[in-house]
Design a protein around this ligand. Structure first.
Ligand code: TXA
Ligand code: MG
Length: 319
């Protein structure tokens, strides 16, 4: 069994010798390696079976370290960093020459964030390199929000799992690209589009555009559990699939006539942040049950609810 614990000194020592360590963040667990060492980073791609054109996020402890990884840090990036870091926002900026090609997939830009998790911040402050870290799941599966999820799926492929408890936000970071004075939204996530606009004004949304900057990973068929997921009106889906044994992922209320243990309620009180914190863990739990398929309903499409719906659509293969 993979070692799980809270030993920051051990995590540091393993990372310094180019090994892989899973790290907790407020969004999801990351699979980390020394982001300036191409051989260490290559191990991430191998462990996840990740296509090498899909670039990684570099995690740092403070803005000064973020700046050192870029050629330019425009005023809009500065504003975003001041308000949202540490936190669930990744900023894509012109890449500094010290960042290895394997991290950026050969792009001229690099994705950076300061995660809001005390253990990981302490770890980052104790080392003298950034941590390259994608979500700690095999490529194509949903992201892990607990240390145990990482152990179950990556097992011996990771030298150590730093256990920081369940992820508080529960969906991945929002990704923006800052180019001069323009801000492009590349991925919905922990910081809502509405909140971003209150800080930087106009935002160019490219999460489903064809000819604008995109996060390369968002084009992959992604985030799917093993069982089929159907997204829509629960009662209609239940009626249509009455012959099958279904699992239910509901927003606030369970369905009648489906056993309780085959249902998960994202947010009984309606709180969308709670829905985000639960969505990946509940999909995993349902995926393990002896059922034929999972039916899920969208949550209200506002704030972080939009990121939840985005992940549900990906889980159902719609995106
Ligand atoms: O919350 C998160 O962001 C988590 C935690 C661990 O920080 N990480 C995460 O990493 O979700 P990953 O690798 O699963 O997703 C990173 C996304 C990918 O879709 C990738 O294509 C995009 O970031 N990305 C990375 N570098 C980029 C760049 N230079 N330009 C555009 N997109 C980039
Ligand atoms: Mg991922």
């Amino acid at each position: 069994m993979t070692k799980i614990g809270k030993d920051i000194a051990l995590a540091k020592q393993l990372l310094e010798t180019s090994q892989l360590v899973a790290i907790p963040t407020e969004t999801v667990y990351g699979l980390a390696a020394n982001g300036l060492n191409p051989e260490a980073v290559a191990r991430i791609f191998e462990a996840k079976n990740r296509p090498n054109f899909n670039p990684l996020i570099l995690h740092v402890a403070d803005v000064a370290h973020a700046k050192a990884l870029t050629r330019e840090f425009p005023a809009k990036a500065q504003q975003l960093a001041e308000v949202f870091w540490p936190g669930p926002l990744t900023i894509v900026l012109p890449r500094h020459g010290s960042v290895p090609d394997i991290v950026t997939g050969g792009l001229d830009t690099v994705a950076i964030r300061i995660p809001a998790h005390s253990l990981t911040l302490e770890l980052l402050r104790s080392i003298n390199f950034p941590l390259a870290a994608p979500s700690a799941n095999p490529s194509g599966y949903i992201s892990p929000t607990q240390a145990l999820h990482v152990a179950e799926q990556l097992g011996e492929k990771v030298a150590y799992i730093l256990d920081g408890g369940p992820a508080a936000v529960g969906v991945e970071s929002t990704i923006v690209m800052v180019k001069g004075d323009k801000v492009y939204l590349l991925r919905l996530g922990g910081v809502s589009e509405e909140t971003l606009r209150t800080v930087v004004g106009d935002i160019i949304v490219t999460t489903d555009a064809q000819d604008k900057p995109l996060a390369p990973g968002m084009m992959l068929n992604h985030y799917a559990p093993g069982k089929p997921v159907l997204l829509g009106n629960l009662r209609e889906l239940q009626a249509k699939h009455f012959k099958e044994n279904i699992g239910v992922l509901a927003y606030m209320e369970p369905l009648a006539e489906v056993p309780e243990e085959q249902q998960r309620i994202l947010a009984p009180s309606g709180d969308l942040a709670e829905a985000a914190a639960n969505v990946f863990a509940y999909l995993r739990e349902l995926d393990k049950l002896d059922i034929d398929l999972i039916i899920a309903e969208p949550v209200p499409d506002t704030g972080i609810g939009r990121a939840v719906n985005d992940r549900l659509r990906r889980a159902s293969g719609e995106l």
